[in-house]
Structures are given as C-alpha cells and as structure tokens.
Ligand binder design. Structure first.
Ligand SMILES: *[C@@H]1O[C@H](CO)[C@@H](O)[C@H](O)[C@H]1NC(C)=O
Ligand SMILES: *[C@@H]1O[C@H](CO)[C@@H](O)[C@H](O)[C@H]1NC(C)=O
Length: 218
C-alpha cells in the first residue's frame, strides 16, 4: 500500500514539475526568438556561443541587451562574420529597439514578420547579401528613426507607405537593385538623393499629382 501511495505521489510530483518546466519555456519568448535566429545563422567566429536556450532569459547572452522587465531591447551583431538567413521568429521580439546586423554576409529575404517589431528605432541590415523586396509590412514600425539596408541585393520598389512614419531621420538604400520612383513626401523630404544611388532601375523622385506613374517595377 505504502509503495502505491509513493508511486502516486511521484506521478503527481513529476506532472507538476513538467507543468512548471513548460511554463518556464513559454515564459521566455525572447530567448526562443533569438535561439531561432542563432539556428538560422552560420557563425564561424563563435560570436553566438553564449546563446544558451536553457537559461531562463537571454539577458546574460553576449550581444543582447534587456530592459528592467528582462525583455530584449538590443541585438548587436554588426561586423560578426555571420552568414545564413534571418529567422522570421525575430519578429517576436516585442520590445526590440535596436536591430544591428550590418556588415555580415547574411543572405535570403527580409522576413515580413519584422514589421511586428513595433518598438524598433534602428533597422540596420546594411552591407549584407540580402535579396527580395523591402516588405511593406515595415510600415508598422511607427517608432523607426534609422533604416539602413544599403549595400545588399534588394529588388522591388521602395514602399511609399513608409512616408507615413514621420520619425524616420536616416534612410539609406544605396547600392541595391531597387526600381520605381523615389518617395518624396513625409520624412523623405529630408532624405538626400544620394542615399538612393546605385540602383540602376530607380526612376528618380516621384511625380506628385500625376494620376499614374508608369514603372517597369515588379
Ligand atoms: C569569417 O569566416 C570565414 C569562414 O566562413 C573565415 O574563413 C574567415 O577567416 C572569417 N573572417 C574573420 C575576419 O574572422
Ligand atoms: C552573395 O550570395 C551569392 C549566392 O546567393 C554568392 O554567390 C555571393 O558570393 C555572395 N556575395 C558575397 C559578397 O559574399
């Protein structure tokens, strides 16, 4: 009888422990998002070695900064010899303000999920090997100040919706393969044209007030 009771107690204890562990895992969405990024990147210089998903938060990992609530606010991985691609899970970092992935050799597309980073101030992906479009979902980044994706292989148009983000101060897309008109309204009024240079298919400042602007831009 006693051993049966022990057995029941053991089962209850294990079940409780399992539930607690599941809770801990679920309570660490930022760590999960960053670990997905680690797995999508190739890291020959081992800059991501401290990114251990078994820790309760990612706040002690190198190249990661958190606020007082233990939520990730900065990812600093510029100039780190990284290749691979950007995991869409990165869009789950709700409190992220600074995304610094410049000067690597990251390929693939900019995930549209990054439009969910509604607290983002700095979007720095310049000097990589990114392809595809600048996602229109980025119009949701209403705190954005710095947007630098220059020196990649991006195609498609500059989403004119971005003119609805008045906080933009620095916008650089030079040295890509973008096409279509250059937006001129809203924050673009103050962005110098040289920040659009070396996109052979870009067609110059958009002609405001014209009903249609014929572009060969897909
Ligand atoms: C970058 O990584 C490559 C391997 O992919 C290696 O050969 C090279 O030495 C690394 N460069 C630096 C500056 O660490
Ligand atoms: C960019 O990626 C392509 C493969 O998609 C590769 O051939 C090329 O060497 C890469 N560019 C750089 C600068 O590494």
């Amino acid at each position: 009888m006693a051993s049966r009771k022990n057995c029941e107690l053991f089962l209850v204890a294990s079940l409780t422990l399992t539930l607690v562990l599941i809770n801990l895992v679920e309570a660490n969405p930022d760590g999960d998002a960053l670990y997905a990024l680690r797995q999508s990147l190739s890291d020959p210089d081992h800059v991501l070695e401290s990114w251990d998903p078994n820790l309760v938060t990612p706040c002690t990992w190198f190249h990661v900064s958190c606020n007082q609530d233990q939520r990730v606010t900065r990812v600093d991985l510029g100039n780190s010899n990284l290749s691979g691609h950007i995991a869409p899970e990165l869009g789950n970092l709700e409190q992220l303000q600074f995304l610094e992935l410049y000067k690597n050799n990251i390929q693939g597309t900019i995930p549209s999920e990054l439009g969910n980073l509604k607290n983002l101030i700095s979007f720095d992906l310049y000097n990589n090997n990114l392809t595809g479009n600048i996602p229109t979902s980025l119009v949701k980044l209403t705190s954005l100040v710095f947007f630098r994706v220059n020196d990649n292989r991006l195609t498609g148009s500059v989403p004119t919706e971005l003119r609805k983000i008045p906080s933009i101060k620095v916008f650089d897309v030079r040295n890509n393969d973008l096409c279509g008109p250059i937006p001129t309204e809203g924050p673009f009024e103050y962005i110098p044209l040289e920040n659009f240079e070396n996109n052979p298919r870009l067609e110059g400042p958009e002609l405001l007030g014209l009903a249609s602007y014929d572009t060969n831009c897909n």
